[in-house]
Each structure stands twice: as structure tokens, then as C-alpha cells.
Design a protein around this ligand. Structure first.
Ligand code: DSN
Length: 418
């Protein structure tokens, strides 16, 4: 055995290969998944992975950081340009960690924080009782109205006035509609609260100028980089007003984290260059168009959508109306090689392990190069699985559709690289 061969870990290599085959031969409609470009991904695991750059540019805990400093400054400058904000922190190891770091720095345990209810579209790091955020601070929640399953801003205002929170968080994981940041800003100002936007799902659509930006309305914005932003998984950005820069940086280091992952920051810097290209704007416009095609297909097949449809990349399907559950439909679709996730819906009557809904999104398949008519067809097929009483005969149809439509299809379509 050669010296190099002795270093090859066949077990792990085999699992990597199998995962690649799985991704290539299945369709991901998970709204929080995407495929980063091979160029972005190539910078993860670069030589920067081994550098301890604990601290911030020019104030590191170890020497030898001259290139790490330049790299981090570059990523920060690019983030500021992309999102039109005054300060950016690029060190958070995930958006959830970013959220918790900010809470630790800004709030005292007696402070009340207001966020969107989890089953109405929020996120577990916004005060869910089983999450550290829920255990460490006092929370009050707003949600969608029963009539149209969309935010009722008058109700948000009443809840804010009754609770006088230190901050109002908006954004989350399963709200298919756009949020009116200007209205949320007015409500926050009226009660002297910070407006904090968790942009994780729609950051790419904002960067690609496809939907309105939370700036200048938000005081602080947190986001992951791997959803519509199409970047590396595992990484958060914090964007804020210049006046909050010191607090935000302190929140991450030394407030919660140790050394950043500089190879991930390199990948993020490359990503933040990529999203400034006109092609990314085209990509985002397609993501929205394709979500609408999914919506048309689902409605055509008789499925019921939470809020009646989508204004973003994300759709939430109410399965209770068809007497089925998220866990059942997720499993059936997965057998047909279509990957989705069960999700709670507003006013859900089932526990999260079963869930009354299914969440899907158009970002990942748009990256692969799926066309509008294919999205419509997928929508119809998923709709039929839901409305046909979980007919197992459909699994074979799904598999043959997926096989036909993934033949030769890359994960990251080269057209997005031009
Ligand atoms: N926030 C979770 C989601 O939307 O799926 C994890 O990224």
C-alpha cells in the first residue's frame, strides 16, 4: 500500500460518495436546503481551516493573522455592500448561535422579548420553551390570524403595547409570506423596542433584490448563509447599525464563541462576491417564479396551502384538511425520492413528531436547473399524493418521474456560474 493510500479512509470516502449519489438521484424540496457553488464549497477546508484567529482583525489572540485579518475584512466589506448595512459580523458558527449570542449580550433575564409563534412560522431559537433562549428570557408571542393565516399587524401592535418588549423579532422558518418591515419598525418604535429580523430563509432573495430589504427598518439582522443565499452550511451573519457594532462583536467573541472558522469565512467571502453578480438576481427571480409554479400545481391537484399560497421560495401545505399528517406524506414522498419535511402549521392539532403540514421550497431545485414546467409537474404530483388518500401505488410514478428528471442533472447548474 502506498503512503497516500494508507491515509485514505475508505469508510468515510464511501459514505461521501453514497451521499453524493443520493443527492444527485433525489429531488430536494426542503425549503432550508440549497447547493452552494463548487467554487464556494472549494474554499471550505482550505488552508485557513487550521489557523487560530481568535479575536477580531488587528486584535487577535495569536500572531500570524495578517492574511486572516485581510480575509475577514474582505468578507465584512462584501456583506455590508450586499445587504446595505453599516456593520457586519461574519464569525458566527450558525445563525442559531448568532441569535443566542445577541440575546445574551442585549437582554437581561428580566427582559421580555417578542417573537412569532413557532407553529405560525417562527424559529425554535426565538424562545421555544425547550431551547436555551426560552429558558433564559421572558417571552411573548404573536402569530397569524385565523381568517387568512397571515400576520395581522394590528394584533402585533396590541400585543407589543400590552407587553412592552425590549425587542421584537420577526422572520423564521415557515412563514410563506413577506413581512412588512416598515410596519414592524413602526410598532417597535411605538413601544421603544429594537426591531430584530431573522432573515435566514429569505436572505438570498434580499441579496438578489427580488424582495424588499429589512434595512433601513431593522436595528439588527441575523441570518444563516445556506438557504436562499446559496452559501456554505454552518455559518451565520449578523448585520446591524454602526451604533450597535461593538455590542454585536462582543456578543460573538468573547461573549459566546472562541476562534472563528476562517475557511468558512473564506467561503462566505466568495459567496458574498458571487451574489453581487447579475446572474444571482436572475436566480432569485427564478426561485420566486418556481415557487409560484409549485403553488399552481398543488392547487390544481386540490391541496390546501397555508395562507392560500406563497410570496417567497417557501410553501406550507395544510394536510389536516385531507385527513393526513406531515410524517406520513414526508415518508411517502421520500420513498418516491422526493425529499421534504413535515412541519407544524398555524393552529395545528398534532404534536411536532406528526405535524399537520408539509414544508417545501424552490431554492435547491432552481440551483440544479429545474424549469418552471417541471416545478408545476412536481406540485401536481405532490398534490395528488396528498389528496389521493396516501395511495402507495403513486410511489412508482414518483420514482420514475424523479429518475427521468434527474438524469444528467448536476447539483449546481453551471449556468449560474457565468
Ligand atoms: N431553520 C431550520 C429550517 O428552516 O429548516 C434549519 O435550518
Amino acid at each position: 500500500m502506498s503512503e497516500t493510500a494508507a491515509w485514505v479512509d475508505l469508510e468515510v470516502s464511501n459514505l461521501v460518495r453514497m451521499e453524493e449519489m443520493r443527492q444527485l438521484s433525489q429531488l430536494s424540496l426542503v425549503a432550508s436546503e440549497n447547493y452552494s457553488s463548487p467554487i464556494v464549497r472549494g474554499f471550505e477546508g482550505s488552508i485557513f481551516a487550521d489557523k487560530n484567529a481568535e479575536g477580531y482583525p488587528a486584535t487577535r489572540c495569536a500572531s500570524g493573522c495578517e492574511y486572516a485579518d485581510q480575509l475577514e475584512m474582505l468578507a465584512i466589506e462584501r456583506a455590508k455592500i450586499v445587504f446595505g448595512c453599516e456593520h457586519a459580523n461574519v464569525q458566527a458558527l450558525s445563525a442559531t448561535i448568532a441569535n443566542f449570542a445577541i440575546m445574551n449580550e442585549l437582554f437581561r433575564p428580566s427582559d421580555r422579548v417578542m417573537a412569532m409563534r413557532l407553529q405560525d412560522g417562527g424559529h425554535l431559537s426565538h424562545g421555544a420553551p425547550f431551547h436555551a433562549s426560552g429558558k433564559n428570557f421572558r417571552w411573548c408571542f404573536y402569530g397569524v390570524s385565523k381568517s387568512d393565516e397571515q400576520l395581522d399587524y394590528d394584533e402585533v401592535r396590541s400585543i407589543a403595547l400590552a407587553n412592552r418588549p425590549a425587542a421584537i423579532i420577526c422572520g423564521g422558518s415557515s412563514y410563506p409570506r413577506l413581512i412588512d418591515y416598515e410596519k414592524m419598525h413602526q410598532i417597535a418604535r411605538d413601544v421603544d423596542a429594537l426591531l430584530w429580523v431573522d432573515l435566514a430563509h429569505t436572505a438570498g432573495l434580499v441579496a438578489g433584490r427580488a424582495i424588499p430589504s429589512p434595512f433601513p427598518h431593522a436595528d439588527i439582522v441575523t441570518t444563516s448563509t445556506h438557504k436562499t443565499l446559496r452559501g456554505p452550511r454552518g455559518g451565520g451573519l449578523i448585520l446591524c447599525r454602526g451604533s450597535m457594532a461593538k455590542q454585536v462583536d462582543r456578543a460573538i467573541f468573547p461573549g459566546l464563541q472562541g476562534a472563528p472558522k476562517m475557511d468558512l469565512i473564506a467561503a462566505r467571502a466568495v459567496l458574498l462576491g458571487e451574489v453581487q453578480k447579475p446572474r444571482f438576481q436572475e436566480y432569485c427571480a427564478d426561485v420566486l417564479k418556481h415557487a409560484k409554479a409549485l403553488e399552481r400545481g398543488l392547487v390544481y391537484a386540490g391541496a390546501t396551502l397555508v395562507s392560500g399560497g406563497t410570496s417567497s421560495h417557501l410553501l406550507l401545505i395544510n394536510l389536516l384538511r385531507c385527513g393526513t399528517t406531515g410524517v406520513e406524506i414526508e415518508r411517502l414522498l421520500s420513498e418516491g425520492h422526493i425529499i421534504t419535511n413535515k412541519n407544524a402549521i398555524p393552529f395545528d392539532t398534532l404534536p411536532p413528531s406528526k405535524s399537520g403540514g408539509l414544508r417545501i421550497g424552490s431554492a435547491a431545485l432552481t440551483t440544479r436547473g429545474f424549469r418552471e414546467e417541471q416545478f408545476f409537474e412536481v406540485g401536481v404530483m405532490i398534490g395528488k399524493v396528498i389528496t389521493s388518500g396516501r395511495n402507495r401505488d403513486m410511489v412508482a410514478d414518483l420514482r420514475s418521474f424523479v429518475k427521468k428528471n434527474t438524469a444528467g442533472l448536476p447539483l449546481f447548474n453551471p449556468k449560474w456560474m457565468t
